[in-house]
Ligand binder design. Sequence first.
Ligand code: SAH
Length: 264
Amino acid sequence: MERATQPGKVWLVGAGPGSADLLTLRAARVLGQVDVWLIDDLVGEEIHQHARPDAVLEYVGKRGGRCSMRQADINERALAHALAGRSVARVKGGDPTLFGRGGEELAYLAAHGIEVEIVNGLTSGMAAAQSLGVGLTHRDFGHGVTFVTAHTADDGGPDWPALCAGGTTLVIYMGMSRLADIRDALCRAGKPADTPAAVVMNASRVDERQWCGSLATLTDALDAGLASPAIILVGGVLAHARHPQPAAFALPLAHATGDSLACC
Ligand code: SAH
């Protein structure tokens, strides 16, 4: 393995949810100075404009027909570049440490003596809430927000009863293949079936799509054509979601007011 006297630094860079203007100024600055980009799934090509002309851009994600790499190989690739003295941007969608394995990569590189710095990105859950026009912590509807993955590392799911008991707005990542399970688990845990819910696919991108309904009708989002990557949001405040997409917005929420239904 190529070794320089001084290893390079690795930045874990959040590219935001997709829209190029949601990249932070700090991310743009870091992206403009590093030797190598290791780019994940769900990172739009518009941000390539920030690369140094001689920077090497390597895709390590698996969407869009590109080859996928195992996590261990990605870790090793970042380490190899750093040990060779190259500065590296590990570019991830949204925020690099939120469900993106950024924490694991950081620990791996740090254990090998590499300096690592996190550059926050706007997470897709927040972009979804923005596009629906809701405040996730609106105090009339709950006392907080919980970002959760529907797909845990052991291939299971989260503790839905505990999440229900928490009384926060739920922002669920990686859940589109489990919509029926999520609905059933939350209803079993005591969430009323008419709890407002929404799904936002490709949040902040030009091909963004939304669906609004209730927990009971959650799987209708699939019939409406929504698919991964998407964020699922569950909680009272979603009754006030806005920005309708045609056809997908019949909202049979028994307890909501006519006004709030009409605007979703
Ligand atoms: N670090 C990322 C999340 C990576 S996990 C972040 O902070 O956003 C991958 C999951 O993120 C997807 O399955 C999907 O649930 C969500 N996701 C990522 N980009 C998205 C987007 N533009 N719109 C909706 N969901 C998105």
